[in-house]
Design a protein around this ligand. Structure first.
Ligand code: TGC
Ligand code: FAD
Length: 389
């Protein structure tokens, strides 16, 4: 009997232009060669060679790839989404590295920075020789960043920053931190170079999820910055939230990449695993699971393609991104967990990617707006009532 790879079943390839397809292939090849052979070991050790990978990802052209100028590739949103899909099929930690660098730190500088800030940081960040992080979340304010306590006050023409940021991807390896702080005039963004006196970024250890990713706290204790460290274009909370839109869009595709890796691994496993003298794939109970997962993955991918088409047309609304972020992460983690059941005991090891993806997806479900936050955004959109507070 003939078999179809999961996404080919949906006949979506015709909706992907040649340039985006070529980029997807290049990223897939890189992940196959450079990531898959090592990722279980990185995960087990709880470490990632961020500097080496960043340079390679810079050469591949995926850092800030959907931004224009300053050494960025200027690709379509679709190409960016497909790159995230392939990166996260390797590991969510790899896609996180790219999301935080390109969609959060670089996007903030590109959109809200001065010309001098853009020229100083963006070419180096696009090449991966400089690494950025993005500090919005605080120990007491994750879903509600409007409550942030990190403060920036003026001292002459300088700024003095005090506060703590929490759960910051790439924090302890970054050359520059984009830090969001409250001022007398509202929320503003600041560029804090690593090594600035009063600034420290201790790594958060003992994680059981996203282990192949660096996560840190940012501690700002009387950090003195010159006037030109502030991002001049960012004047309220909507500035950091607009950066989240870019990263959330990448996750819409990325989470599906992790799910696809789980499902294709599982289909292959079920085909070769003999149970009661027949392949596991030949049992109805297995096929019901595989059919439902194939359908959810394809539906999610169709939604992702629709969001990419809207983004490339310049009409994507951030409330539409919430639909995709909620759906992709929720379905991806359900697929990863269901795949794990089909692998039986083998599924609990790092010999297969499935539980690693499932465990990573616990973080992906939480960061960039929890599922509940995206449900509330959708709820507000369809009812007109905000139910956050
Ligand atoms: P609210 O009153 O709704 O909005 C304040 C102002 O912002 C505007 N706005 C947005 N603008 C652009 N994009 C968005 N997504 C926006 N959402 C809201 C809004 O129009 C308003 O503008 P204006 O001009 O009227 O002032 O704000 P709220 O305080 O009620 O909060 C709404 C809520 C809960 C949706 C928001 O706070 C939220 O999204 N919370 C979730 C926080 C979050 O996602 N944090 C992520 C941190 S970064 C991260 O996790 C990186 S993970 C690493 C990786 O990606 O790999
Ligand atoms: P909380 O906000 O305390 O939420 C706890 C629970 O309450 C959740 O289930 C939530 O959905 C629910 N909840 C919240 N509001 C409501 C409501 N109104 N009604 C009902 N339920 C509600 N942040 C950054 O700024 N930069 C980063 O680089 C970054 N990287 C991260 C990397 C990892 C691995 C992780 C795990 C997190 C990262 N984060 C980062 C932080 C992330 O964005 C936050 O964890 C997330 O926004 C949720 O905040 P919280 O953890 O404080 O949860």
């Amino acid at each position: 009997p003939s078999t179809l790879p999961v996404l080919d079943y949906f006949g979506v390839d015709g909706r992907i232009d040649d340039e985006s397809r070529a980029l997807r292939e290049a990223v897939r090849t890189y992940v196959d060669r450079r990531v898959r052979p090592h990722v279980a070991g990185w995960y087990e050790k709880g470490s990632l060679p961020v500097r080496d990978l960043a340079r390679e990802l810079g050469s591949l052209g995926v850092l800030g790839m959907h931004l224009q100028g300053y050494g960025c590739a200027g690709t379509s949103a679709l190409a960016y989404g497909l790159a995230c899909f392939e990166l996260e099929a390797g590991d969510s930690g790899l896609r996180s590295l790219v999301s935080v660098q390109g969609s959060l730190a670089m996007y903030a500088i590109h959109r809200y920075g001065s010309q001098a800030q853009r020229e100083q940081w963006l070419p180096a960040m696009a090449s991966g020789t400089a690494i950025g992080c993005f500090g919005l979340t605080e120990p007491d304010f994750g879903s509600d960043p409007s409550g942030m306590r990190t403060r920036a006050r003026r001292d002459g023409s300088d700024w003095i920053l005090d506060g703590t940021k929490m759960w910051i991807t790439n924090g302890s390896v970054a050359d520059v931190a984009v830090v969001w702080a409250r001022t007398d005039e509202g929320i503003r963004g600041f560029l804090v170079p690593a090594g600035t006196p009063g600034f420290a970024a201790p790594e958060i250890t003992r994680k059981l999820s996203l282990r192949a990713s660096v996560t840190a706290e940012l501690v700002l204790d009387g950090v003195r910055l010159p006037a030109d460290a502030m991002l001049p274009g960012a004047t309220s909370l909507s500035a950091p939230l607009s950066c989240l839109n870019e990263a959330r869009f990448g996750i819409v595709f990325g989470a599906l990449g992790a799910a696809h890796d789980c499902l294709s691994t599982t289909i292959a496993y079920a085909g070769s695993r003999e149970i009661f003298d027949r392949p596991l794939a030949a049992y109805q109970a297995t096929q019901l699971k595989l059919a439902d997962m194939t359908l959810e993955l394809g539906k999610g991918f169709l939604l992702a393609l629709q969001l990419a088409a809207l983004k490339d047309a310049g009409t994507l609304d951030h409330r539409q991104i919430s639909l995709g972020k909620l759906n992709s992460t929720r379905e991806a983690i359900a697929i990863a967990r269901e795949c794990r059941t089909i692998l039986g005991a083998a599924g609990i090891t790092l010999d297969y990617p499935v539980l690693r993806h499932a465990s990573n997806l616990e973080s992906v479900l939480t960061y960039e707006g929890t599922s509940e936050v995206h449900q509330l955004i959708i709820g507000q959109t369809v009812t007109g009532h905000a139910a956050f507070r």
